[in-house]
Design a protein around this ligand. Sequence first.
Ligand code: SAM
Length: 228
Amino acid sequence: MQNFKLDRDIAHLAVLQRIELTGAFLKKLRKIFGRYIFSAFISKYLINPNEISKNYFNLMNKEFSLIDKYIKHNNKILTIGSGIGGLEILIHKKFNNHITFIEKNYISKKVKYGWDIKNKEAYNSLKLLEKFLLNNGFESNKFNLFDFDNDKLPQEKFDVIISLYSLDYHYNFNLYKDYLNKVMKSESILIIDTIRPDFFKTIFKKVEVIKEDIDTVHKSKRIICKNQ
Ligand SMILES: C[S@@+](CC[C@H](N)C(=O)[O-])C[C@H]1O[C@@H](n2cnc3c(N)ncnc32)[C@H](O)[C@@H]1O
C-alpha cells in the first residue's frame, strides 16, 4: 500500500482530528478567523486532499510501527475514537483481524482541542469513516461501527484496545472505566495517550511507557496497560 484513497470530505475530518496534517499557514488562519470558520470552511476548502492523504499515510505508518509488536493475528481489536481509521486499516492489512470501532457521529461547530470535561467535542462521521475503510480495502464483514452516543456498546471480550489521542487525552478515562472492565480479559492490553501515566498504575498491574510527546503543549505519554 502506497497511500490512502481519500476525498475532500474525509481529508476534512482527518485535519480536524490531527491538526498537524496541515501547515503553519492554515494554523495561522485558524488564529485569525477563529474556530468556527476554521472548522466549517478553512479546514475543508483550503486544504489539498492529496497532500493531506500523503501526510496522514506517513503519520499512521509511524503510529503503526510503534504498536505493531503488541498485536497478533486473530486478536480481536476494539478502537475508541479512531478518527477516520487509517491506523486500523494498516493493522487489518497486516494481521487480518476483526476490528470494532466506537466513535462519535458529529462534528462540533467550533472544534476545540484540549481537555473536554463534558465530552461534547467530536469530529467524525460514521458514514465517512465507513466509506474510508471500504475504499481502502477493509472488507465490510471485518469491522463493526458503534455510535458512542446512540448505540448499545459491544459486550464481547477484546484482546487489544486502542485509543490514540482520545480516551484520557481529551476526555476522562472514567467515562469508559466500567465498560472496559467488562470487555477486557486478564491478558488484554490497552494502548492510550495520557498526561497522567501514574494514575493508570492504580488501575492496572503493569503500565509501560512506549512514547513521549515532549514537543506538544500537553506533553503526553503513550502507555500500554495490562494486568498480566
Ligand atoms: C484527536 S482525535 C484522534 C483520532 C485518531 N485516534 C488519531 O489518532 O488520529 C479524537 C477522536 O475521538 C473521538 N471521540 C470523542 N469522544 C469520544 C467518545 N466518547 N468515544 C469514542 N470516540 C470519541 C472524536 O470524534 C475524534 O475522532
